[in-house]
Design a protein around this ligand. Structure first.
Ligand code: HSE
Length: 436
């Protein structure tokens, strides 16, 4: 069968930055292989860009580039719309318009899905077309499709992930080379992982948007990004990382979504992003540099981990292209993969968390200080599992690991410790992950 006798699918791409250019290149490379395998000829017919004169990594044929994104969506030659511009507007309007026209949409826009996923999923289901977003979380790692499809009937208990490559790179440098946070961040910036303003990555906003998507897909329930508890890594010190390492843990910025109960028939979910101490034997502890991984625990499947490149043009384009082939195939077959009704969830506040904790503080090194500190832990029913002291001249650093304790009790402990005259350095806290 010649390519011309195959079904031609017109692809409209919104945005031709790093991922858009990589997608166009990858599609050119793979076009005949895709046609051979699927009988579909995927042709890029329109590409919307902000500036038509900007130099790009790929050559786009004359007449394909436009600065009018709405014209791409409305073009009758465009059968499937790929959105790679990011941000909320105009992406939200453009995607809604594409879905209204009955055109399947592929997007990598985590921010849009985290904030407006419910309305877009409903619009896709109403139009009976695909809204696919594999590249929105974990870059090139097939993650959304396994959660949505392969694990659709799995009683998932917990999903824990390293879904931000920049912070994983910074923490890896701090762990492996004793680099300070500031130097590791500067390195990440010089290598192009971290933005000039690194807030979205280092303060956990990027991971929180991804947590909202993961939780919604894994538990089939609405989890708005604003309900995700979030702490970043900017206050993690190289001292804490060195202590953690000696105690047998790696420090990772974790995205955690778990079902902790149910309330009136709705799943009660705890969804959070924070730095955590992961036992070195845990598979997530060995995820280094800018790699991402997501570790799933389910009642039937047990434990599984998906690992790979969470960012970058070609890995992300690979996920987008997979979605594009899927959406085009469904379009040809007159079908689609519904997101399904996302039910309501009750999101459990962080105060309700039960965990083990690492707590460290600098104190005056004199008689009675340890007893006073231990007394504060005891008053809040926080039981100490281990303690060590390190001398610092006339001061000392105390490092505690607690037994399972309540977040509420631990936060009250920290509050009271700050008021003790003998406690000098503000106590630092890391939550310790246990094997589920
Ligand atoms: N900035 C993200 C990261 C990639 O560092 O993983 C885009 O989500």
């Amino acid at each position: 069968m010649s390519v011309s006798s195959r079904r031609r699918i017109g692809v409209g791409i919104l945005g031709c930055g790093n991922v858009g250019s990589a997608l166009i290149g990858l599609l050119e490379e793979q076009r005949s292989a895709i046609a051979g395998r699927t009988g579909m000829d995927l042709a890029v017919v329109r590409v919307a860009v902000r500036s038509a004169s900007r130099a790009r990594a790929v050559t786009v044929a004359d007449g394909v580039l436009t600065t009018d994104a709405a014209a791409v969506v409305n073009d009758p030659e465009v059968d499937v719309v790929v959105e790679l511009i990011g941000g909320i507007e105009p992406a939200r309007d453009l995607l809604a318009a594409a879905l209204r026209l009955g055109k399947p949409v592929v997007t990598a826009n985590k921010e849009l899905l985290a904030d407006h996923g419910t309305e877009l999923y409903a619009a896709a289901d109403a139009a009976e077309v695909d809204l696919l977003f594999e590249a929105a979380v974990g870059g090139g790692i097939p993650l959304i499709r396994p959660l949505r499809e392969s694990l659709a009937a799995e009683p998932v208990r917990r999903v824990m992930g390293i879904v931000n490559g920049t912070t994983n790179y910074i923490l890896s440098q701090m762990t492996e080379h004793g680099t300070s946070y500031r130097d590791a961040l500067a390195e990440a910036q010089s290598l192009g992982f971290a933005e000039r303003d690194p807030t979205a990555d280092v303060e956990g906003f990027d991971a929180a948007a991804k947590a909202s998507i993961i939780a919604s897909v894994a538990f089939g329930a609405r989890v708005p990004a604003g309900s995700v508890y979030r702490e970043g890594i900017s206050s993690v010190s190289d001292v804490d990382i060195a202590h953690a390492r000696r105690l047998g843990y790696a420090v990772k910025l974790l995205t955690i979504a778990e079902q902790v109960g149910s309330v009136e028939g709705k799943p009660e979910l705890a969804v959070r992003v924070h730095p955590a101490m992961v036992p070195v034997g845990h598979p997530l502890a060995s995820v280094r540099d800018s790699f991402n991984a997501v570790f799933v625990e389910g009642d039937a499947v047990g434990e599984l981990m998906l690992y790979g490149r969470g960012a970058g043009g070609r890995p992300t384009a690979s996920a987008v292209l997979g979605d594009l082939v899927d959406a085009a195939g469904n379009l040809c077959r007159g079908t689609w993969t519904p997101v399904g009704d996302l039910g309501e969830a009750v999101v459990s506040p962080i105060d309700n968390l039960e965990s083990e904790y690492y707590i460290t503080m600098e104190v005056l090194d004199r008689p009675g200080v340890l007893a006073a500190v231990a007394g504060v832990f005891g008053r809040h029913a926080v039981s100490i599992r281990s303690m060590e002291q390190e001398g610092l001249g006339d001061q000392a650093r105390l490092v505690f690991i607690t037994h399972q304790a309540s977040e509420r009790g631990v936060q009250a402990t920290l509050g009271d410790l700050r008021d003790l005259e003998s406690v000098r350095g503000v106590p630092a806290l890391l939550r310790v992950v246990s094997r589920g």
